[in-house]
Design a protein around this ligand. Structure first.
Ligand code: HT7
Ligand code: ZN
Length: 884
């Protein structure tokens, strides 16, 4: 496989002004007729036409109506080349493909009985020969022909412009998309589907038809997605001034899909898991995911479709910006603080690990082998953090001006991350040249802070220093431009801030927050008129994606927990407190099997739990100990077993010490919620999160009354959140005495959900992620279960992904059995679906973080994968880069 470099980018040799497609869908073969109006890029006078094409059979090819003979062109595995062409011409070709055998779920494929497409990033070339690159933008007309009875619904991008009947029970529908687009935004669907419709009136008074296509059985599961879509459309008008442009917006739900959803112009295709929702099958988190993904794909209509990427190195141009937009949307729909904590928590436990691993890459990568491997947490989530930092640096008003300028300047163009940042710089008058290092350098910077209070001068000096560990693309790093939002907490709360000298910083209107700009390896900022020794609360709102090192004492953390008004810092202080306590237990476990747990943590938790002024969702988050992965991330070599045992010990201590409080909390909320039927509104979600956190701690005590309570919730619940919370607490409990109860509940749940594929996925996942010993045998038996389908990515993610990515203690079993199992699965999946195989492989690539014996076992597993003949470029890239 070949490496592609950003530095080698060159504009296309030809442009495709018009694309006319005709699809004749049959059970055995699909014929694709393509007619392209092509013009030479006059800057490249002698270049031959090289069209991308993969796994397609070329039936015929013609130029300006003249059929070519085989000697007029050359075809290989990945391209079709024609030389000596005029400056403008019509290219026509017919290709034959077999979507029903396409298990990669890229290009045109079949999901159950339905034909559908996934063209991003490079799937269009599996349909027909084309200039399959995002900077070639064309107007598409698409005619779809199929059997009318089997495929009554025939869809493509844009507006329907014609339809008719044909002999043999076939029919056709023609679609035209008036907006120029790259091939990756092309979509086609053919199936026996029903639609649920609604309408939206835009700010300028245009009426848009909103239509969600689903299988008839799912008719009652799309109301939530429809409302989320309307909310997103309104929000994008209000917050970004962006209005929808076509007359119809369609969403189609498909079962077999490699990712969450796809923003094809006017015809979004969704994984069923990101669009269907009902109280009986969807948890609160599931509802929130539907809302977030629907909004994300909708927002792409501007940030991605109207303004797209010049090349795939610019992926974060659309993804980072769109994730930032969807995060802000979800924050506005619910609790901004809770949303921020959830996002940061995910970033720190998963993206930081990616940044520290062998596949680390900048937000704007400089090279890749397989672009599908770069749809990563770095490009998406860290990319969103980088956009957020731009807003923090220039403020909301200038940020909006920058985004208006960006959309106005580049509408209809394929552009770069530099273009986006230039619009922000031009609108705000700020210099972003140093800031570009966030896009160009991989790795998570470490931000060290030291405070020094001078009582005589009443000053507080804060010295901020930065460093960044080496990553595969660069050993040494330039400084990052880091916005550090700070408050100083006195005994009664935030102090008024004033900074000495002419420093790069801004202070909020209420003078309680300063944003300090660190632009070199070390700088000292001096606050004046500080009447008492303060506790600095750093990185408010998580103002930069860095690892903060400040030597807080437990008392100082306690002050932040009680006095800080910034929810993120408050939560983070509780996490740091817990980390200190867990670290003590880990150290003590070397000498004693049951070390004591610092009582002050219990008291801090008691105060939080009984604080009625706090949002229940925040209480639940503050009472959640750092995950095993996050604790492991703090260690040079992850001590899997000690982390697990120490964390469990602290959980148990909290559970036993606060038993009465948890029970009171559970009963109170349970009663409140029982008064009304299930609703996924923010207030109820918050209450359920605290209630179920309390339930988990209660079950942790192992007390028979707690088990009874949990069983009752499992049996009586009217919603999936409560059902799954109860089932998870039981299934993940180490208590051997409840083995029969677990089995009975699992059997009962399966009996209830067997016809609900998305619920069955959760049933699979709860078992695959169980920390109880023996999970591998369970996983192996789940893979033999009647409901398991190896071709369905959701099932693979639930079972194999659940075990390898969310069950550390079992996956990292000393025997190496988890590693060997994962290698076997990857070897099998590689030929079937390389994208999914390559993603599932991630845990093995982190071998350097484990002890020598595990390192060897993990490397053996990787080597076995590498030895597979004909390995896909996707898996090849990840394995080879991780074995260095
Ligand atoms: N832009 C979409 C990316 C996507 C994708 C990429 C590779 C393979 C399959 C895929 N399905 C969707 C999704 C998004 O970020 O909105
Ligand atoms: Zn996206």
């Amino acid at each position: 496989p070949k490496t592609i470099y950003l530095k080698d980018y060159s504009a296309p040799d030809y442009f495709i002004e018009k694309t006319e497609l005709e699809f004749d869908l049959f059970e055995a073969d699909t014929l694709v007729r393509s007619k392209l109006t092509i013009a030479r890029n006059t800057a490249k006078p002698a270049a031959p036409l090289v069209l991308n094409g993969q796994n397609v059979e070329l039936v015929s090819v013609a130029i300006n109506g003249e059929v070519l003979s085989a000697s007029d062109y050359t075809v290989d595995d990945v391209s079709l080349t024609i030389s000596n062409l005029p400056d403008t011409f019509i290219f026509e070709c017919v290709t034959k493909i077999q979507p029903q055998d396409n298990t990669s779920l890229e290009g045109l494929y079949k999901s159950r009985t339905m034909f559908c497409t996934q063209c991003e990033a490079e799937g269009f070339r599996k349909i027909t020969y084309y200039l399959d690159r995002p900077d070639v933008m064309s107007v598409f007309t698409t005619k779809v022909i199929a059997d009318k009875q089997k495929f009554p619904v025939l869809l493509s991008n844009g507006n329907e412009v014609g339809a008719g009947e044909l002999d043999g029970g076939r029919h056709w529908v023609e679609w035209n998309d008036p907006f120029k687009k790259p091939a990756y935004l092309f979509a086609l669907v053919a199936g026996d589907l029903i639609n649920v419709d609604s309408h939206f009136t835009t700010q300028s008074g245009r009426e848009i038809l909103l239509r969600i296509f689903i299988e008839p059985k799912d008719k009652n599961k799309c109301d939530y997605a429809m409302q989320a879509l309307k909310n997103a459309m309104r929000w994008d008008e209000d917050v970004y001034g962006r209005e929808y442009d076509l007359d119809i917006f369609m969403i189609v739900a498909v079962d077999d899909f490699n990712m969450g959803a796809m923003e094809n112009k006017g015809l979004n295709i969704f994984n069923t898991s990101c669009v269907l929702a009902s109280p009986e099958t969807t948890t609160d988190a599931g509802y929130q995911r539907v809302e977030g993904v629907v909004a994300h794909e909708y927002f792409h209509n501007w940030s991605g479709n109207r303004v797209t990427c010049r090349d795939w190195f610019q992926l974060s141009l659309k993804e980072g910006f769109t994730v930032f937009r969807d995060e802000e949307f979800s924050a506005d729909m619910g609790s901004p603080t809770v949303k921020r904590v959830e996002d940061v928590s995910m970033l720190r436990s998963m993206q930081f690990a990616e940044d520290a691993g062998p596949m680390a890459h900048p937000v704007q990568p400089s090279s890749f082998i397989e672009i599908s491997n770069f749809y990563t947490l770095t490009v998406y989530e860290k990319g969103a953090e980088v956009v957020r930092m731009i807003r923090t640096l220039i403020g909301a008003e200038q940020f909006r001006k920058g985004s208006d300028l960006y959309f106005e300047r580049h509408d209809g163009q394929a552009v770069t991350i530099e273009d986006f940042v230039a619009a922000m710089a031009d609108a705000s008058g700020r210099d972003f040249s140093l800031f570009m290092n966030w896009y160009k350098q991989a790795g998570t910077p470490k931000l060290s802070a030291k405070g020094d209070y001078n009582a005589a001068n009443k000053t507080f000096s804060l010295t901020l220093s930065q460093s960044c560990p080496p990553t595969p693309e660069s050993q040494t790093k330039q400084p990052f431009h880091i916005p550090v939002a700070v408050a100083l907490l006195g005994k009664e709360g935030a102090l008024k801030l004033s900074l000495q000298g002419d420093v790069q910083a801004s202070i909020s209107a209420d003078q309680q927050e300063a944003v300090l700009e660190l632009t070199s390896s070390s700088q000292t900022f001096v606050f004046e008129n500080v009447d008492e020794p303060p506790v600095p609360s750093l990185l408010r709102g998580f103002s930069a994606p860095v690892k903060l090192a400040y030597n807080y004492s437990r008392e100082e953390l306690g002050r932040i927990i009680t006095l800080e008004t910034d929810g993120f810092c408050r939560w983070d202080a509780s996490q740091q407190y817990a980390l200190l306590v867990i670290a003590d237990v880990m150290a003590a476990l070397v000498n004693e099997p049951a070390p004591a747990v610092d009582e002050s943590l219990i008291e801090a938790y008691r105060t939080v739990l009984t604080n009625d002024a706090l949002d229940p969702a925040m209480i639940a988050l503050m009472l959640s100990l750092p995950s095993e992965d996050y604790i492991g991330d703090q260690q040079a070599i992850v001590d899997v077993d000690t982390i697990h045992h120490a964390r469990n010990r602290v959980v148990r201590k909290i559970a036993l010490s606060l038993h009465a409080e948890f029970l009171a909390c559970y009963n109170k909320i349970h009663q409140e919620l029982s008064a009304a039927p299930y609703s996924p509104d923010a207030t109820s979600i918050a209450k359920r999160s605290l209630k179920n956190k309390a339930l988990a701690y209660l079950v942790e005590t192992g007390k028979p009354e707690a088990i009874e309570l949990c069983k009752a919730q499992f049996e009586q619940s009217d919603n999936m959140t409560d059902t799954m919370a109860a089932l998870t607490a039981l299934v993940h409990s180490p208590k051997a005495a409840i083995a029969d109860l677990k089995a009975a509940c699992l059997a009962q749940a399966y009996g209830k959900w067997k016809e609900e594929s998305l619920a069955v996925n959760q049933w699979f996942a709860v078992q695959a992620t169980s920390p109880v010993p023996g999970a591998l045998a369970v996983v192996e038996s789940l893979m033999q279960h009647e409901a398991f389908d190896i071709r369905n990515p959701n099932k693979l993610r639930a079972v194999i992904g659940g075990f390898a990515m969310r069950n550390s203690i079992n996956f990292h079993d000393r025997s190496g059995s988890g590693y060997a199992f994962l290698a076997d699965q990857i070897i099998k999946l590689d030929s079937q679906n390389p994208q999914v195989a390559s993603r599932l492989l991630t845990p093995l690539t982190r071998w350097k973080k484990y002890d020598e014996k595990r390192q060897q076992l993990m490397r053996d597993a990787l080597q076995r994968i590498l030895d597979k003949p004909g390995l896909s470029p996707d898996v090849y890239e990840v394995v080879t880069k991780s074995m260095v």
